[in-house]
Design a protein around this ligand. Structure first.
Ligand code: PLP
Length: 388
């Protein structure tokens, strides 16, 4: 089955639900059993048959099956948020005395959790240059228990060579975890590129409509039980209502992402021609340092990128962002609508130095007409110049 066909068919069986196309919302905390023997002998590690609300319900399983099949993973679990998914996945692998390698470009709250919580529990956290590739072998120690990637970084957009990292990791039986929110299960087949545990902020493109918080972890067979047990031990779960909405969103991820990618490339290429812009950080552009890896490993690009402005003062940046009419000011992405933020990347770096070439603006390009977005940015640039 081609992936667009799979999107429409995976994770549903109308014959099980009176012919309804979509798996209904199974709101449930308590699950009752027919007799004590069945209740007492329920298998502890079976997370895909009814046990208790926290372990899921048929609506969750429908979503999990559709996402796992699309990405080519063995199994998936939906949890409360993308950050929750990152935490449960990391904690499946590290304990006191272990060493954890994290890409220096990782999402800020991932770093925060590692620095504040894992470090306090005695885990040694080491950040590495996201461009390290096979050089990761020089950082691996006898107590390294996991390598965490994020490709590309969601503010700075360095593309990581995940297959090269995975080659070194797997030679030492170390799992590769990756925040693959940008690639999505539609555009990045994690497991073909050496990822063992793929983590999604499903809040973004999977849900796609800016109305649900959710994380998903997809794993290969080897690491399914450690990850799923970790999710259960933390008590993380996701509601049937949220999973229903997420699967409804996921059914259209193909058309949304293809259109948003086309819009993003149009806006990004136009930005490259503007004198206000020093550089556009977007692996889908030929000018981007990560373009070759992106082309090799990804089947498309998300519509999230950053641009580095030529020097302007703070007042001008504020004037620019405030002047945008079609871009909401907000830190999320992956919905149908355009968004803008002005991130400060330098404080989020420890293993590498962020080359502060100018102010960074991050844009999420939605499903609006790209020409309208370009017109909006044009008038905002004029306000920025006028505020000098
Ligand atoms: C790259 C990345 N990973 C993870 C997350 C966390 O997702 P959530 O907001 O669902 O916790 C985000 C959220 O912005 C993100 O950008």
């Amino acid at each position: 089955m081609k992936k667009d066909t799979l999107l429409g068919h995976a994770g549903r069986d109308p014959s099980q639900h009176s012919g309804t196309i979509n798996t209904p919302v199974f709101r449930a905390s308590t699950i009752v059993f027919p007799d004590l023997e069945t209740y007492s002998t329920r298998p502890a590690d079976d997370y895909k048959t009814p046990r208790y609300g926290i372990h899921g319900n048929p609506t969750n399983w429908a979503l999990e099956e559709a996402v796992a099949k699309m990405e080519g993973g063995y199994n998936a679990v939906a949890v409360c948020s993308g950050l929750g998914a990152i935490i449960a996945a990391l904690c499946a692998f590290v304990k006191a005395g272990d060493h954890l390698l994290i890409a220096d470009s990782a999402y800020g709250p991932t770093r925060n959790f590692c620095n504040k919580r894992l470090a306090a529990f005695g885990v040694e956290i080491q950040y590495y240059d996201p461009l390290i590739g096979a050089g990761i072998k020089n950082l691996i120690k006898s107590n390294t228990k996991a390598i965490f990637c994020e490709a590309p970084g969601s503010l700075s957009f360095e593309m990581q060579d995940i297959p090269a990292i995975a080659h070194e990791a797997h030679a030492r039986n170390i799992p590769v975890l990756a925040d693959t929110t940008w690639g999505t299960p539609y555009f990045f087949k994690s497991f073909d590129h050496g990822v063992d545990v793929s983590i999604h902020a499903a809040t973004k493109y999977i849900v796609g409509h800016s109305d649900v918080m959710m994380g998903m972890i997809v794993t290969n067979e080897k690491y399914w039980l450690p990850v799923r047990r970790s999710v259960a031990d933390y008590g993380y779960c996701s509601s049937a209502d949220d999973c229903y909405l997420a699967l409804r969103g996921f059914r259209t991820i193909g058309v949304r992402m293809k259109q948003q990618m086309a819009n993003a490339i149009k806006v990004a290429q136009w930005l490259e021609s503007r004198t206000e812009v020093k550089r556009v950080l977007f692996p889908a552009l030929e000018s981007d340092a990560g373009h070759a890896i992106w082309k090799r490993d990804f089947e498309g690009a998300a519509s999230l990128f950053s641009l580095v402005l030529n020097p302007v003062n703070k007042k001008q940046i504020t004037a620019f962002v405030n002047a945008l009419k079609l871009f909401g000011i907000g830190s999320s992405w992956g919905g149908y609508e355009s968004l803008v933020t002005a991130p400060n990347i330098s404080p989020l770096r420890t293993a590498t130095k962020w080359l502060d070439e100018g102010p960074v603006i991050r844009l999420h390009i939605g499903l609006e007409d790209a020409d309208d977005l370009i017109a909006d940015v044009t008038q905002a640039f004029a306000k920025m110049t006028a505020a000098a």
